[in-house]
Design a protein. Structure first.
Length: 179
């Protein structure tokens, strides 16, 4: 896994072989960050990465000077990997929460400026996720919300929908939470 740009740009980390996550491709990651940076200034923002997997998205936000990044990942192997990268970078702006993203959404009262969610595409509650985030205090008023998904999902009719982007088989829907 590599960090594409920013203060940790071009750094590489060996992902353990027993990781069960589906990492976002570098091509899709680079392109969606170009889109994000054209509509939102990342520097100084608080970011929540739900279903963080390998932490690649969290680390990209961290590298691009987000003030604080919280990674929520349920799988122990993935959460431990993110923690190990945090230690190597010695960056306390990254917080790793090993836990269920749905429980985190239901209990956290902290509002984030940017929320990124990359749930397993086959999760039985997948279709609920954008509405859950937008209706939760985890997305601060005016927050940018990005949901990674496959082509089977169309979230364009949801309130706050901004745009859809597709990079190969990877799709992103972007939303703005009402102020």
């Amino acid at each position: 896994m590599r960090i594409i740009r920013g203060k940790y740009g071009k750094r590489r980390f060996d992902v353990p072989r027993n990781i069960t996550a589906r990492p976002t491709t570098d091509f899709a990651k680079e392109n969606i960050f170009n889109v994000i940076e054209n509509i939102e200034d990342i520097e100084g923002k608080s970011v929540l990465d739900l279903f963080a997997g390998t932490g690649a998205i969290s680390l990209e936000f961290l590298s691009r000077e987000a003030a604080a990044v919280t990674s929520v990942e349920m799988a122990a192997t993935q959460a431990n990997f993110i923690r190990s990268v945090k230690e190597k970078l010695a960056d306390n702006a990254l917080r790793v929460v090993r836990g269920d993203a749905f429980k985190f959404m239901a209990t956290s009262r902290q509002g984030y400026d940017i929320v990124f969610a990359d749930p397993p595409y086959d999760h039985p509650r997948f279709a609920e996720i954008p509405s859950l985030i937008l209706g939760s205090p985890i997305a601060a008023p005016g927050a940018l919300v990005i949901v990674e998904h496959n082509a089977k999902h169309d979230f364009s009719s949801l309130p706050g929908f901004i745009q859809h982007r597709s990079y190969g088989s990877v799709n992103f829907s972007l939303f703005r939470k009402e102020q």
